[in-house]
Write a protein that binds this ligand. Sequence first.
Ligand code: HEM
Length: 336
Amino acid sequence: MYGWVQKMISKTKMARYSLPPKFTLVFFLAIICITDGKYLTLDYYSKTCPKVSDIVHSEMESAMSSDPRVAPQLLRMHFHDCFVQGCDGSVLLDDTATFKGEKTAGPNMKSIHGFGVVDKIKSRLESECPGVVSCADLLALAAKDAVILVGGPYWDVPLGRKDSRSASFEKANTDIPLPNDGLMTLIAKFLAKELTPTDMVALSGSHTIGVARCTSFRDRIYGDYQYTSKDGVELAKLKEICPVKGNDDNITNLDYTTPTLFDNAYYGNLMRGQGLLNSDQELYSSILGFQTVGLVKKYAEDSLLFFKHFSDAMVRMGNVTNPHGGEVRKNCRIMN
Ligand code: HEM
């Protein structure tokens, strides 16, 4: 390993400075850690909280048996966490008189749910292994269980994230993709998190479950696509749920074909012009979609390929870490 590191370094300008061998090794490893979250490991809690995965899984199972909507809610919460300052539990922090968190930012307000479930999982973890498991890791594990419990793929979740001692209302408004973003903006927002267009198309497949509010899809159903992409019946139903004005919080399924099953039907919907959000349909219908159209077709045909790319992309999204480190919060809603 060390020889390999030395070889890499000797190929770079760093060799000129002839750093002491131990220092170069540490320096090189530090760069790897900071840039891609590789310090996360699969066995991070093997000694300190060996049952962490089982605990989160059983809590998710029980939460979902009383409310199946928990699955899409927690999957989305992990995404919104990772896109603001990295996956650091910042989305979970409550506002106080002196602190403004992310919960009231545009993409989250009235739209992110499931904080009670997070509290429940956290209190179980605190009673089993106090002060050990971060809220950010809890979210990453819960997102994986959410997907499995509705028929999606399994992946191993690298762990070891820390909870932030800050949040960013501003970044929640600027960094999280919006339903009316065009394809280039969507690609740019993912690239900013070091996620590729392939990651983006695969991760958008999350919209195979869950719901959107009228305010998120109104522009789509009364916009350019209305004549070409929605069949009359479906469109009429959507307009009933979501009139031109009012009823902003009425909801409908993102994937009208198999709304509670994690499958590849979402991509078939896009190929028929029936993506609910503008951002969904952009992946297939944008004239700039040369990187994305082929992927939509492939995932529509091959659910195993979708599952593989989705799992890989979830790990990569989970690797977007907050370089400033942090703590393990006792209560996910407040800093220690
Ligand atoms: C490509 C960019 C994306 C955009 C523009 C986007 C936008 C949205 C919007 C507007 C909603 C409906 C929210 C509401 O109306 O209250 C939604 C729901 C959802 N999103 Fe995305 N999203 C994107 C990517 C993702 C990713 C990467 C994931 C997960 C990895 C994800 C998971 C979900 C889930 C599961 C729901 C349903 C939530 C529920 O039922 O409560 N989305 N998304």
